[in-house]
Design a protein. Structure first.
Lengths: 91, 248
């Protein structure tokens, strides 16, 4: 589906996700709001291009999240990420 | 098991460069001591951050090569032509320097003996690094494990001596090799890019339900993962870590 030689896996943004959620997130499941595919965040498709990263659904290519570097830090936009499961945590 | 990988806040730490180890003409290992390190799991990585005098920062991920051992963290870095961070690591970094890193990072592309086997590792170029942390942690775990290693030439094969020794120390581990560009006289391994026949001959079949870890340049991982799916392995048993553009 996604055919090029530069994309990475969700593992590559494990650091950012950990900063965002305060815990390891690459083994947690996320659901694509476009096609409904459920995958560990570590198995998403990531493009790291200055000035930020685009995280896509491995099944349909929809943009799930975008992280853009700002002079003051980072801006994370939640696009078509429908839900994330957090294991071992009560709601 | 996942619990050990679930950690709290991630902050930047200062690491001391303890030793620089040439692995091949283009690859170096950097032994670091990281005060405050909370330990790690095989397969995890660190983010390294360089800051120039004018404040400009560059950040890259590097897999951890050593099994958990206190505050010691070893990374193995391949020199990428015109690479911002890898050329700094190769050309400027000295023993006694301090560098900034954060970690350990990752809980998906990780394996530890408690997760059992069979364990199937497939690595291309510097993609061997996180797989080596897994293989090095096998010890006496009695987990059936296989590793298929791809490099361009014998000279480019990282951890070469240790890799040839490991299966004699760990009887449950089998290591197969392919050299894609040139081979020394009397070479007994494969001499082509990883393909379906090679994976069929060297890896656990889907009936054995192995946990599979594939790591290397993006193109390598792409083609290996596709063939493994065609060979009947369920996608959720194939964990991948792409390092970026082909080069390794
Ligand atoms: C989770 C993860 C773990 C990683 N672990 C390791 C590791 O253990 N050892 C290691 O050596 N690398 C590893 N990498 C790759 C590493 O993060 C850098 O991408 C690599 O060192 C190049 O960075 P650079 O600053 O030197 O090059 P850049 O300045 O980013 O790039 C310079 C040029 O090289 C090309 N390029 C970028 N990355 C690569 C690459 N990987 N191979 C070939 N060409 C490239 C670019 O397209 C560009 O044209 C890992 C990547 C990820 C996502
Ligand atoms: Zn989708």
């Amino acid at each position: 589906m996604i055919d090029d030689d530069r994309h990475l896996d969700g593992n590559a943004i494990g650091g950012l996700l950990q900063v965002l959620f305060g815990r390891e997130m690459t083994h947690e499941l996320g659901c694509c709001g476009n096609c409904g595919a459920v995958n560990p965040l570590g198995a998403t498709v990531v493009y790291v291009d200055a000035p930020g990263s685009v995280i896509r659904c491995p099944a349909c290519g929809s943009v799930l999240l975008v992280a853009v570097a700002l002079p003051t830090g980072v801006r994370v936009s939640i696009e078509s990420l429908r839900w994330i499961d957090l294991a071992e945590i009560g709601a | 098991m996942e619990r050990t990988a679930v950690r709290g806040r991630l902050s930047w730490l200062l690491a001391d460069v303890v030793e620089l180890i040439p692995e091949t003409p283009r690859v170096k290992s950097i032994r670091l001591r990281v005060p405050g390190w909370t330990g790690h799991l095989p397969g995890q990585h660190v983010d390294l951050r360089l800051t120039a005098e004018d404040g400009y920062q560059a950040q890259r991920s590097y897999s951890i090569a050593n099994p958990p051992e206190g505050e010691n963290v070893t990374i193995t870095v391949e020199l990428v032509d015109n690479g911002e961070v890898s050329s700094y690591v190769h050309e400027e970094l000295r023993v006694g320097d301090r560098i900034e890193l954060r970690g350990p990072i990752g809980g998906y592309f990780v394996w530890e003996p408690a997760r059992g086997g069979p364990l199937q590792l497939v690595g291309g170029g510097s993609g061997l690094v996180p797989l080596m942390a897994m293989a090095r942690s096998l010890g006496g775990a009695a987990v059936p494990a296989r590793m298929l290693v791809s490099a361009r030439t014998q000279e480019d094969l990282i951890y070469r001596q240790e890799l040839s020794r490991l299966p004699t120390e760990i009887p449950d581990l089998r290591v197969d090799y392919t050299l894609t560009r040139s081979q020394p006289d009397g070479w007994k391994g494969y001499a082509r890019r990883v393909d379906r026949a090679m994976l069929g001959e060297t890896t656990f079949d889907s009936g054995q339900n192995p946990q599979i870890f594939v790591c290397g340049p993006t193109g390598f991982v792409e083609s290996v993962a596709t063939i493994l799916r065609e060979l009947g392995h369920p996608p959720e048993r194939i964990r991948t870590e792409r390092f970026g553009p082909t080069g390794g």
